[in-house]
Design a protein around this ligand. Structure first.
Ligand SMILES: Cc1cc2nc3c(=O)[nH]c(=O)nc-3n(C[C@H](O)[C@H](O)[C@H](O)COP(=O)(O)O)c2cc1C
Length: 262
């Protein structure tokens, strides 16, 4: 599968077939993880954790045997960097047929943080199970997907704009059209899809519609979502990332995150 196909076919997997990830696949994953970089150049560390040995579980999962946790130092842009790098891992795992689910909330966080060895200057925004999808989703998973409308995505005109937030974007390059579709399909916390993009020439300004995290939260989970969106966009369109806010009037609760220039 090429990158676009991986992005199109990836779905959260919460019901696993109970088979262990083979040593060969673990090795491939471990080797790939070492190569992961993000455009913020902030290192993200991954830790594989066997569920039984570490006493780990999540109320939304069934049949999982292995977890992966991600840790990052608490520095500016760490959430976006985390989102970018963790999503690279998610897409690579899927290329091996290994299913994942981003989990930031539905877990006993203190146990995962302890077992992953999170240090006082680090955060662990999310973890994921790793395993092979069961043939049928559990009833709990079906109900959850229905509840958060997990198969739905917002249409282009609500997400992508040109020279400001009033005109819809009209991309004239098929690669950009594909990159925008990759953003649209990205996973996000509670499927809120908080990303907005404003095109100005060859620059694509990414914004976050902030609705989930309180101002005093230790980190902003929707910045993680933005990191995922940037990962999808750059995986298809390439480009380089800068952080320099343009003079564009953004709607309420909408904050500038980064610019990708292609
Ligand atoms: C940052 C982040 C945090 C998430 N946290 C959870 C979680 O705590 N529990 C859960 O079941 N799903 C969680 N999800 C998965 C989303 O609900 C899911 O990606 C979304 O509904 C879209 O469904 P899909 O991944 O199948 O496309 C999270 C996703 C992201 C990106």
């Amino acid at each position: 599968m090429d990158m676009m196909e991986l992005i199109r076919t990836r779905k959260s997997v919460r019901t696993f077939d109970g088979k262990a990830v083979t040593d060969a696949d673990r090795k491939k994953l471990t080797e790939f993880i070492r190569t992961i970089q993000n455009p913020y150049e902030i290192p993200v560390e991954f830790v594989l954790l066997d569920a039984e040995a570490h006493g780990l579980s999540s109320p939304v999962l069934k049949g999982e045997q292995l977890y992966i946790a991600g840790k990052v130092r608490k520095v500016p842009h760490c959430e976006e960097a985390f989102g970018y790098s963790f999503e690279k891992m998610v897409l690579y795992a899927w290329s091996l047929g290994i299913g994942t689910t981003w989990i930031g909330g539905t877990m006993k966080r203190e146990i995962f943080e302890r077992e992953a060895g999170v240090q006082p200057d680090e955060i662990m925004p999310c973890i994921s199970p790793l395993g092979f999808p069961a043939k049928k989703r559990s009833l709990k998973e079906i109900a959850m997907r229905t509840g958060i409308k997990a198969d739905k995505r917002k249409p282009d005109q609500e997400l992508f704009f040109e020279r400001g937030f009033s005109a819809p974007m009209q991309p004239d390059d098929p690669q950009i059209t594909a990159a925008l579709e990759a953003v649209r399909l990205a996973p996000s916390a509670v499927n809120k899809q908080p990303w907005r993009i404003v095109k100005c020439g060859s620059s694509y300004h990414f914004y976050e519609v902030r609705t989930l995290s309180a101002d005093d939260a230790p980190w902003d989970v929707q910045k993680v979502d933005l990191g995922i969106a940037i990962c999808h966009f750059m995986s298809i369109a390439g480009g380089s990332l800068t952080v320099s806010e343009p003079e564009i009037k953004a709607p309420e609760h909408t904050v500038y995150i980064a610019t990708v220039t292609v």
